[in-house]
Design a protein around this ligand. Structure first.
Ligand SMILES: CC(C)(COP(=O)(O)OP(=O)(O)OC[C@H]1O[C@@H](n2cnc3c(N)ncnc32)[C@H](O)[C@@H]1OP(=O)(O)O)[C@@H](O)C(=O)NCCC(=O)NCCS
Length: 410
């Protein structure tokens, strides 16, 4: 039996060792132990080797994303992370045991939804996670033209990133973004880790820099970035890697991007993950030239279907009965009535009424943040319309006016 046990801060060495077995690292273990780890002790669990008690074979953790935007509301969400199994013990059910424990912990803590980034896409569907957001990254040439926007009244300052001076404004402006799936770093340890000069973050780029946009002396947006100096045969060919942008108005976004696209001695700018409806995509005169690359962003799993569906809002009036299958958490399976108006709190209850739509909990996770439509899933054969005419209204109601995304990998 793979017993899942709590793992405390006193086992940091074991944890980092298993981590470097699961995710190979070129750094010495002793060097890595000096790094600031954002591990949420109290939410970290592992499995020990049956034959050598005390030796850790696997572990995982979950971040408490207490105030995560979902369509029209904010919810406590568990951010599953650090999922690691030592190669010696892989494919022996350790992940499955840890997932069972994770879901039980979510229910105990009142976190109806779990989200994650998948290292490999084949792992998490079997546990009821669906791709809930897609992202776009761009490789932009220096000087790329943007459609004009009036930016009067905005000023820019560019500086070394200093944790004491800047972490407050970064946390405030990042936390103010109201986009489904946009999780913020929950603790100071997490912020320090993300904004630190770890070799894996810095690679051969300069130290972290910050560009702050101000209006009347008040910071209203920012970009974190690092440049890399490259002198190629043909001359300067430097690169800007944008770590993160928070810019919630067109003028702020325009100022941020036009400055990032015009550093001397650079030729290209690599964006962080952007939502498919990020304003930059519409501002660019030549989007096609920016080599857009799209992939999966966060995956979502409704651990408590009733609480999760009641915890978000719907963008149009809807009354629909969903027949849900859930092989991992069978208490979620069966028929759920979702009755909601565009302006109000939804009613989500068990029902005996005939179902309108049939789908697995994985598809409900995919549709949850409003970015993947039920119509799209039905077109792929993953949602079945049992009552003719029910699919389109339900799909519109489950959608949202802003596409979901998380702009950093947790
Ligand atoms: C991915 C990983 C966590 C899987 O752990 P594991 O203990 O081997 O998984 P389990 O034995 O519990 O497998 C559960 C099921 O998932 C499947 N599975 C596990 N990893 C898989 C993978 N990478 N691709 C496809 N299927 C996978 C197993 O075949 C098994 O299927 P079954 O239920 O049909 O029998 C582990 O191999 C690992 O740590 N990999 C490197 C780090 C990593 O990718 N972590 C995930 C971070 S998001």
């Amino acid at each position: 039996m793979n017993e899942v046990i709590p793992v405390g801060a006193d086992r940091l060495r074991d944890v980092v060792d298993v981590d470097t077995w699961a995710f190979p690292s070129q750094h010495r273990l002793d060097d890595q132990l000096e790094w600031p780890y954002p591990l949420p002790w109290g939410r970290t669990y592992g499995v020990e080797d049956q034959t050598h008690p005390g030796r850790l074979s696997a572990f995982h953790a979950s971040y408490a994303f207490a105030d995560t935007p979902v369509p029209g509301a904010r919810l406590p969400i568990a951010g599953l992370t650090w999922v690691c199994v030592h190669p010696q013990w892989r494919r022996q059910g350790l992940l499955r045991a840890m997932m069972d424990a994770h879901f039980a912990h979510c229910l105990e803590r009142g976190e109806p939804v779990s989200m994650l980034y998948a290292a490999e896409p084949a792992i998490y569907g079997r546990f009821g996670y669906g791709i809930a957001a897609r992202q776009v990254t761009l490789t932009v040439s220096r000087g790329a033209a943007l459609r004009p926007v009036d930016t009067a009244g905005l000023t820019v300052s560019i500086d070394h990133f200093d944790f004491d001076a800047h972490s407050g404004l970064v946390a405030r402006l990042h936390g103010a973004v109201d986009r489904p799936g946009w999780v913020t770093r929950p603790t100071e340890a997490h912020q320090r880790s993300y904004l630190s000069e770890l070799p894996m973050r810095k690679q051969d780029f300069e130290t972290l820099r910050i560009l702050v946009v101000e209006r009347d002396g008040e910071p209203v947006g920012y970009a974190l970035f690092r440049r890399k100096f490259v002198w190629a045969a043909g001359g300067p060919a430097g690169m800007v890697r944008v770590v993160e942008v928070a810019a919630e108005e067109p003028a702020i976004a325009h100022v941020v991007w036009s400055r990032l696209f015009d550093f001397d001695l650079t030729t290209e700018v690599i964006t962080p993950s952007l939502a498919p409806d990020d304003p930059l995509l519409s501002m660019l005169v030549d989007y096609r030239a920016m080599q857009p690359c799209t992939k999966d962003n966060v995956w979502a799993r409704l651990v408590d279907v009733g609480a999760a569906l009641a915890g978000r809002r719907y963008q149009s009036d809807v009354e629909v009965v969903l027949d849900v299958t859930d092989a991992v958490l069978p208490q979620n399976a069966g028929r759920w009535l979702v009755r909601a108006s565009a302006s109000g709190v939804p009613e989500v209850v068990r029902t005996d009424r005939a179902a309108d739509l049939a789908l697995d909990v994985r598809e409900l996770g995919a549709a949850y943040l409003g970015g993947i439509s039920l119509v799209e899933l039905a077109a792929a054969g993953l949602v079945t319309e049992l009552a003719p005419g029910s699919l389109v209204p339900a799909s519109l109601a489950f959608g949202w006016h802003r596409a979901p995304v998380s702009n950093w990998v947790f």
